[in-house]
Structure formats: structure tokens, C-alpha cells
Write a protein that binds this ligand. Sequence first.
Ligand SMILES: Cc1ncc(COP(=O)(O)O)c(C=O)c1O
Length: 400
Amino acid sequence: MSPWLMNTYARLPVAFTRGEGVWLYDEEGRRYLDGVAGIAVSTLGHAHPRLVAAICAQAGRLIHTSNLYRVREQEALAERLCRLSGMEEVFFANSGAEANEGAIKLARLYGYRRGIKRAKIVVMEGAFHGRTLAALSATGNRRAQEGFEPLVEGFVRVPFGDVAAVERALADEEVVAVLFEVIQGEGGVRVANPEAVRTIRELTRAREVLMVVDEVQCGVGRTGCWFGWQWAAAALGVAEERLRPDVMTLAKGLGGGVPIGALLASGPAAGVFGPGNHGSTFGGNPLACTAALTTLAVIEEEGLLTNAAEQGRWLREELRQTLSEVRGVEEVRGEGLMVGVALDRPAAEVVFRALESGLLVNVTAERVVRLLPPLILRRPEAEILATQLAACVRAFLASS
Ligand SMILES: Cc1ncc(COP(=O)(O)O)c(C=O)c1O
């Protein structure tokens, strides 16, 4: 491992030199099926011709100007995201953590304008919102936080999806927002009960506090809907506006691999930020916005929402069947192409076994083997993924 890099990642001993579709190639030319997509980033797989052409053309025209000026690509992307979500306005950042920092600031300012000087935000156990200080403070993982105290104050934690606990927390007049993931990714692919999402929406509306959803991992098509809360509305069979959040954050898959984050606001959260309240040098630059516009266009034109739903359903069903008799497999869960295989023991070794067999998977929350493949994954590749993963899990459980 390079001595020139800070030792922040326990990296696998492999480096990739190129990719094509759902496949990555290492320095020896060995091929791997990418079941991780750079942690839910490479939505269109690798080297998608439409995305490559759009990025190259944009780079040849203009990479960066500044938010001192109008940025047409940013305006177009903001409109597109608002039309897809029914949200009203967008601020562009460069990552998920940054988008969440913006959401936390927006919620505090919303409270401040209503006379609340020391705002509190309700957050969930098992949540992951990023590594910057406020996002880390909102994150429900003590190991990630340890040593970085004093953390940012003002977060009240409740069990994931526990609506009674949310209701109790909302009794506090200083609470200005409830922040959560509809599907916790880092927390172990834990899917919120859509009923709980609906109840939180009703409670926050009634109390006039903001419902903030972190869609950094489960957004941009991963569930088979554009956004996780839309998946929850569809699961309940209710109109989208019944569940639409006041604030939503995006990043990861939005740029198809080019860094971009977004903070969207609607209803009471729209219009909270004015000039001077928030900003970013790089946020919403022409290159990143063109990548995102192209990613969204390809998702739509190639039918990748339906594909994500179908392949994901098939993958979970297949894994459930092939692993049903295997002791040590607790559950196969998820939505769309966000799949978790929960084991009864620490599962890091599965990642190594999979790597050896030419498959990239990831383990989160210690015991959950996680799949986040590109949304372009088709059935023949899903079959390889399921077969190889099941073999690795079986071999691991038999030997540990
Ligand atoms: C739900 C969620 N929010 C925020 C983040 C942080 O995003 P980033 O790593 O781009 O800062 C992540 C990253 O895993 C995430 O899964």
C-alpha cells in the first residue's frame, strides 16, 4: 500500500485500469463483475458511451466557471430534478456529506427564523450521513465518531423507524427537523417500513418541522423508483405528495461517477436560504451537471428504473432460494438493486473470497454482504452475480 496516502482505508490488494459496462479489469487484465459500483456511484456502469461522450464534449467546451455567474447546465439539472421529484429548488454540492451539511444548516435556519435559537434535529440509530463534522454527528455509529468529540450538538437519536419515539422527540419545541434514510445503506441495508415513512411525514407536517430524507445511497433509481420516498409511496399505493419530503439530499449515483451532491427543498423549506447563507466553489459546475443530466437521461431512456426493480427482485429471490438451507444466513433483504445478505457472524472474509472468484461485493454493518451493482445489470450478469456470491457465502460459512 502506498506510504504516500493517509491510512484511512483498509484497501483490497487490487487496482483497476479500465471498465466496460458492469465489468472492471485489473492491472493483470483480470476481469471482475462489479457488484458494488463504487458504492452506489457508477449508475450506468463503466465507460457508458453516452456518458463518456457527454463528459468529453463538455470538458472541451467548459469545465468550470463559478456560482458568481449563471450556469445553464446547473439550471437545467435543477429543473430536471425538481420535475422528477416535485421539489421546488436545488443547491448543488460535491458529495453526500456536503449535501447533508447543507440540509442541517437549512433546517437550523428554518428554526431560527421561527424563533428557535438552539435547534435540534431528530436522527436515527444506524444512520450514516457522512464524515464531515455535522454529518458525522448526525451519523448513528459510535465507532465512526469516536475521538472526534466534541461533536456538533443538537441531534436527538431514536431507533430506526420507531414512530412512537419520533413522536415523543417531537414534543420538544426546539426540534426543527427529522432526518433519516428510507433505506439505510451503511447501516446494513435496512428498509424502513413505508408505513413509518408515512407516519413520520404526517407527524412532521402536523408539527411544522421539516422532514429531511437522505437519499444519497438509495436515491437516483436504486430502488426502482427515482427516489426512496417515491418507492415508499408506491409501496403504500398513495399519491407521492403524501410522502414528499421538505428536504432531500442526493449524491453518489447522480453523476454516474463524476462527483456531485444536491440539496433539494420544497414547501416550508423552499426559500429559506438567501444570498450569503450557503455556498460552494465547485458545486454545480458545468462538467458535473452535464454528467448528471446525461445519467438521468440514460436511466430514463434505457428503462433502468424498471430494470433495477426487476433485477433486484430476481436477485433477492434467487439468493433466498439458493441460501435458504444454509445455516448462518439470517436474511436476504433490500429494494431494487440495493441488496443485503445478513449473516450471523462478521463477514469481511466474504469480500476476499468474492474478489478471488472475480466478483466485487462489499460488507457493511460487519455482518451484511451488500450488493449495489450498476443499474445496467441485466439477467445474465445477475445470474453470474447470484451464483458466485452464493458459492462464496456457502464456502465462508462452512469454513468459519
Ligand atoms: C446515506 C448516505 N449519506 C451520506 C453519505 C456520505 O456521502 P459522501 O461519501 O459522498 O460524502 C453516504 C455515503 O456512504 C451515505 O450512504
